[in-house]
Design a protein around this ligand. Structure first.
Ligand SMILES: [Zn+2]
Length: 372
């Protein structure tokens, strides 16, 4: 089983994970149209101007609260809470003036609260679940992760030991849970002998890991979430989370290919990236795929037969799709028109890649270069 591929040695410093990695700046995504913004204020302005509903709105640190409970895992600060289209407010049934919500919510650490907001016509209720993890406990769980990574092998025993060690850091239990969900997903995906889960269960485990980790502002959480987004072909999200980690380059190349920006996709190959933490987290297939995605065309061509044969094996459709895009672009780049067209044709009926496939076919139609 290929896990913890290499890289532990780079991460033994007692400071933990924080200093060795540069995260990407946060991205604020509108939940109504998927547009993204660099600040919570820009998102809020956009929300009011472009989606003028009458229902009261509650924003917490740039995230709009919706109908499902919102988990808050990092301490709120004054100014993180904003309301809109709201004349009256209640906290756990007790009326208060809307501006006072800020002070009350900042004080919460470990509690589920209900916020009701109303204007003349409509009211809305939001459930906020506060599970604030202390910085000390988050760093503690990161250390537990590095301790098990040092073994060089992921198995059920390693996960159990990680859970046991993490109990010393009780406020970060949700963080530990998210990391474990990812571990269980990787074990299922690698068909580990001691995993009781069927292969397909990795998807649900990855989704649970993402749900649990997305609100933690930690390097480990971000790299796990960027790897999961890459697997599910959500390349924009993967780039946003990856920072200077290698998976961000791989995802960025797919994003550019799909946008028909061939030059941009190739230019990304000259960017430097960090693999140390990422290599502690990738499963065997994912590691191989990412290595191919960031290889220059000549180096990648040496693996073209391996990739062709992998496409016909029992692999997730998400990966088969990535491999076809990768090969089509590789062959197109090297002037092997027929092979490039074959892979593009396979994706012509894929709703998200239809336009990409058409553009590759159009681009190559008049080309008559010799091939490799
Ligand atoms: Zn929007």
């Amino acid at each position: 089983m290929g896990f913890w591929h290499t890289g532990y040695i780079e991460f033994h410093e007692p400071a933990g994970l924080g200093d060795s990695y540069v995260p990407a700046p946060p991205v604020y995504r509108c939940k109504h149209c998927d547009e993204t913004f660099a600040s919570a204020d820009e998102l809020r302005d956009h929300r009011f101007e472009n989606h003028p509903y009458t229902r009261p709105i509650l924003f917490l640190r740039g995230t709009e609260a919706g109908t499902t409970p919102l988990r808050i895992t990092r301490p709120l600060e004054k100014g993180d809470i904003q309301v809109g289209r709201c004349d009256h407010a209640w906290l756990n049934g007790v009326a208060l003036s809307p501006p006072d919500l800020d002070e009350k919510l900042v004080a919460e650490t470990n509690n589920a609260v209900t916020v009701k907001l109303a204007n003349e016509g409509v009211s809305a209720e939001f459930v906020l679940s506060f599970e604030i993890a202390s910085e000390k406990d988050l760093v503690g769980v990161d250390r537990c992760f590095l301790d098990v990574a040092q073994r060089g092998r992921l198995d059920i025993r390693a996960v159990e030991d990680f859970i046991t060690a993490s109990r010393a850091f009780p406020t970060a239990i949700g963080y530990c849970h998210g990391i474990c969900e990812y571990f269980y997903g990787v074990l299922a995906k690698e068909r580990a002998a001691d995993s009781s889960l069927p292969y397909e269960a990795y998807r649900e485990k990855f989704t649970c890991a993402e749900d649990a980790l997305e609100n933690f502002d930690s390097v480990l959480a971000r790299v796990i979430c960027s790897l999961i987004a890459f697997h599910f072909n959500r390349f924009r999200a993967s780039v946003d989370l990856a920072g200077d980690s290698r998976v961000g380059i791989a995802s960025g190349r797919f994003e550019r290919w799909v946008a028909k920006d061939i030059i941009g996709a190739n230019r990304l190959l000259s960017h430097t990236f960090d693999t140390r933490l990422e290599k502690l987290l990738t499963d065997f297939e994912c590691e191989r795929l990412i290595v191919w995605c960031v290889a220059d065309p000549k180096a990648l061509f040496a693996h073209a037969q391996d990739i062709e044969s992998l496409i016909h094996q029992d692999i997730p459709e998400f990966d088969r799709t990535k491999l076809r895009v990768l090969l089509a672009e590789l062959y197109a780049d090297l002037g092997n028109v027929e092979k490039a067209k074959n892979h593009a044709r396979e994706l012509r009926n894929n709703p998200t890649l239809e336009l990409w496939a058409k553009s590759v076919l159009d681009r190559l139609t008049d080309e008559k270069q010799p091939h490799v």
